[in-house]
Design a protein around this ligand. Sequence first.
Ligand SMILES: NC(=O)c1ccc[n+]([C@@H]2O[C@H](COP(=O)([O-])OP(=O)(O)OC[C@H]3O[C@@H](n4cnc5c(N)ncnc54)[C@H](OP(=O)(O)O)[C@@H]3O)[C@@H](O)[C@H]2O)c1
Length: 471
Amino acid sequence: MSLERPAPQDVIVVGASGDLSRRKLMPALYNLAASDLLPSRGSIIGLAPGDLDDERFREFARGSIEEFSRTGFDQESWAGLSSRLTFVRLDEDGYQRLAQRARESERLIYLAVPPSAVPEIVRKLGAAGLASGTRLVVEKPFGRDLASAKELNSTIHDIFDESQVFRIDHYLGKETVQNILVFRFGNALFERVWNRDAIDHMQITVAESIGVEGRGAFYEEAGALRDIVQNHVFQVLSLLAMEPPVSLAPEAVRDEKAKVFSAMRPLAPAKTVRGQYGPGAIDGEQVPGYREEPGVAPDSATETFFAAQVEIDSWRWAGVPFYLRTGKRLPRRATEVSVVFRDVPLCFFEGTGVQDLRPNHLVLRIQPEEGINFSFVAKQPGPQVSAQQVSMDFSYRDSFMTEPAEAYERLLHDAMDGDHTLFAREDSVERGWMVVQPALENPAPVCTYSAGSWGPPEADELIAPRTWHLR
Ligand SMILES: NC(=O)c1ccc[n+]([C@@H]2O[C@H](COP(=O)([O-])OP(=O)(O)OC[C@H]3O[C@@H](n4cnc5c(N)ncnc54)[C@H](OP(=O)(O)O)[C@@H]3O)[C@@H](O)[C@H]2O)c1
């Protein structure tokens, strides 16, 4: 992130009274203000159909910052932000009034609204003459299958060209996800073995311990494949599998990521596992099953767990399986990549008291306890040849004495700056849907797992004879 203020522009949040605005966007704008990283000039305009005005919108923003800002609340920084905050109610001529209120020639418009509202809002922005000079941020989910993603792209492109569109996936704003590129392409040692010659397989796990948290009705329409795999997991996968870009220019990076999506084989339904949590216990506390959650049908077939084996048909990765897994109500919250290297060709420690000879193993911890762990075998001290698994560990907190910054700050700043590197491009999004389409059209049966377990046993069978690193 360049540490410069973006050029003068208005920042417009459509859906400013919603949950995303409250938990993420207002605190992120506040922390950018506190770091002197808001545009040097311009208003921050909230829009929503509900009954707010300037005063009540400022109260809403202040409350959300006090509750969710990672740096706490400071009166001086708040004064810098609040003097810019203003609200436009989306009644009949709301977009016309927005056009009058947005005084700068450039603007960032962030659509923090339900996905169903996006097409109509895009058309109204166009009709109000707000197409030119706009950078448009669109939230996930971007479509719910290939056809709807294409239709959404087409609707947006009736008004905005691709250079104006920023499809946000907040995983790409995480320091640890960006570090995948630095780790791979800044360390010759690892890049040399980052291929089918040395790597046996990779695993990506996105585990949540929470359930649907009162959002059962929303989740019924989504499920784990749409909610996590097609976007967050695929974005991480593309960074792990891409070729070195010719430069760090946004399109150079996005070109290489797009090639990974093009080389991914569409999911084979037989190589996927769908699960749904039943009742169980997490941290000693009893929790209900998914079908007992409010807003969920008692016979729901929506998956809260999804695992798949993915193949990438490229010279670098032919024959190397990538195992992906995500689920709710798993034992703990953890997102990690596990890279398992090939075994030694010949083990001559057999029968010498060797206790634990496993292949080298690299773990990239995306969250929490962000860091990297590399495990290898070392000789145990003593007169006998006896080997044991040991590890080297890097922790962000210990090495840099700081917590990684909030993803939305970085992403908002980059979008204001017009930098597309960390945003998903049209071709990658559509190709991602193409890859998951067979699993949407021909879904595997849903297997039940107990809340607090690592998912259904079928997920262990999927990866066998290998095993999941987190289990
Ligand atoms: N919440 C999160 O943590 C999170 C995380 C990642 C992605 N997202 C994505 O962010 C988007 C917003 O989610 P959310 O959780 O903030 O939803 P939400 O709490 O339901 O808020 C939706 C906001 O949009 C406004 N709105 C509704 N219909 C509108 C319309 N036709 N035109 C203009 N504004 C309209 C609402 O205004 P009223 O209240 O006045 O109706 C409200 O301000 C969704 O795409 C979601 O998938 C959310």
